[in-house]
Design a protein around this ligand. Structure first.
Ligand code: SF4
Length: 248
């Protein structure tokens, strides 16, 4: 059983918050540094030009690929360049534009409500604080952290399916609740690293450390991974599992 951030409480005082052990921290940071070298181009794979566009494309990215979102977003923003325009949009026209991203009726309803809330409560601007962002309809902590980290340059840990899975495989946490996972990861890394760390994990999860059949035999961080062996360790078999085709 790997030691985790939450299972290694400090013994320095009864009221002291639990601190992750130094071995875990060192190993976690080595993993991040290695992933940064492995994926030097890692970053957000959604196209956007400002926080409003980032918020919209993040909502659209649910249950689909970033590539598909990127294929529809130019038409959407040409027709509706800001929150005011999208708040007053014709529902059917928006549905037609974003249809390729799936769940287009629900997503259109979300985008219209979201834009209306931005206009009514934030003068049509995307707020740059977590506590404001999460009050917007359809915006959870994950989306808020994506917007803060990539739209405002404020460090944020995005706990999506990849980040949660990898954090558990690395032994950083045993939690499944995204907020608890976020806090466990945050305790292992300096704030300034949070946004890029999220990208490194997401890229590794998309390209090698898949939910099923991770490419363990072709993994640059295998030596520090307690879950090594969950996927094929044979280098030839593992190499076939690596997806390096660019945007996933
Ligand atoms: S060794 Fe396997 S489980 Fe561990 S990070 Fe690499 S691919 Fe994922």
């Amino acid at each position: 059983m790997p030691r985790t951030a939450s299972s290694s409480a400090s013994s320095s005082g009864r009221d002291a918050p639990p601190r992750p052990d130094t071995t875990l921290v060192r190993r976690a940071r080595k993993i991040d540094r290695t992933l940064a070298e492995t994926y030097p181009d890692s970053g957000i794979e959604l196209d956007f030009r400002n926080p409003f566009e980032l918020l919209v494309v993040t909502v659209l990215s649910a249950q689909t690929t970033d590539r598909r979102v990127n294929s529809v977003s130019p038409s959407l923003f040409a027709a509706y360049p800001d929150a005011t325009a999208l708040a007053g949009a014709d529902r059917e026209r928006v549905e037609a534009i974003i249809q390729p991203t799936g769940f287009f009726r629900a997503k259109t309803a979300s985008l219209l409500k979201l834009s209306q809330a931005l206009v009514e409560r934030f003068d049509g601007e995307v707020p740059g604080r977590l506590e404001d962002l999460v009050t917007l309809p359809g915006v959870g902590r994950k989306t808020a952290n994506v917007v803060l980290g990539n739209g405002f340059g404020k460090p944020g840990i995005t706990v999506d399916t990849h980040v949660g899975r990898l954090a558990r495989r690395f032994g950083w946490t045993e939690e499944t609740d995204p907020v608890k996972v976020e806090h466990a990861i945050g305790a292992l890394f300096p704030r300034r690293d949070w946004t890029m760390l999220s990208h490194h994990l997401i890229w590794h999860g998309r390209r090698r450390c898949h939910a099923r059949n991770p490419a363990c035999g072709a993994c640059p961080v295998a030596r520090w991974c307690p879950a090594y062996g969950e996927g094929p360790t044979d280098p030839v078999k593992a190499a076939k599992l690596v997806r390096d085709e660019g945007r996933a």
